[in-house]
Design a protein around this ligand. Structure first.
Ligand SMILES: [Fe+2]
Ligand SMILES: [Fe+2]
Length: 231
């Protein structure tokens, strides 16, 4: 069961909680001239996501499917979207594009590199390279620049029910997933340094709650890294 919320003007978070796994999943809509979905969710949830999207826009017009990395919650419904949305095209790092093509899930994804931008018309995504786990495959996260919304995927994610009450301390809940998703400290520091250059107002992770960043991720990243490993 999805709920949704406009977390910034024209940027909508769609979320559901998988009680069996104890994990919430978020997908995002950037409702621009060329609408973008950030993280497609899996095919298991696709019909429910579609119905929820339909409450905000006509999802048939979805143009871009942002795939942060090749995993079911991030890319599982790529094919579902493409079958219903004539213009839908994945946008991702080269390694994810190879998987999408090789598994027959897409014909010609748009490959982006670090610092590339994608103009959606009324919104613009800038891509930031992240060496995700799963062999530290290079993947992407994206910043919507006109509102400063960072779609951070598993970085800053929390194993919390995003449809429930928001806890006061989200940083502690981010430790496990953030460190686990890029399990080498030096590599995380590289990502943090890259993000420090960017005017981030809202962090919109793929799991758990979105939260305000007030122009810099430095304080949040420092809290995540300062927590005890067992946190
Ligand atoms: Fe993931
Ligand atoms: Fe994820």
């Amino acid at each position: 069961m999805y709920t949704h919320e406009e977390i910034a003007p024209g940027i909508h978070q769609f979320r559901f909680f998988d009680g069996v796994r104890g994990l919430g999943f978020n997908q995002y809509l950037v409702a621009a001239d060329e609408p973008a979905i950030v993280g497609t969710g899996s095919m298991v949830q696709f019909d429910a996501l579609w119905a929820a999207l339909d409450e905000v826009i006509d999802p048939v017009g979805v143009r871009w499917l942002v795939v942060p990395h090749f995993e079911a919650d991030e890319a599982g419904a790529v094919r579902g979207f493409q079958e219903r949305c004539a213009a839908a095209r994945p946008v991702c790092a080269a390694v994810a594009a190879r998987q999408l093509v090789g598994f027959g899930l897409a014909v010609e994804p748009k490959v982006v590199s670090d610092d590339d931008t994608l103009d959606l018309g009324g919104a613009r995504l800038r891509f930031i390279a992240v060496p995700w786990e799963m062999h530290l495959w290079p993947g992407m996260i994206a910043l919507e620049e006109t509102r400063g919304v960072l779609f951070s995927s598993d970085l800053f994610g929390q194993r919390l029910d995003p449809t429930a009450e928001r806890p006061a301390d989200l940083a502690t809940a981010m430790v496990e997933m953030t460190r686990g998703s890029v399990p080498v400290r030096e590599l995380r520091d590289g990502v943090y340094a890259r993000l420090a250059e960017l005017p981030i107002q809202v962090v919109a992770p793929g799991h758990g709650f979105a939260l305000a960043a007030d122009g810099s991720l430095n304080a949040l990243a420092a809290r995540v890294e300062a927590a005890p490993v067992s946190a």
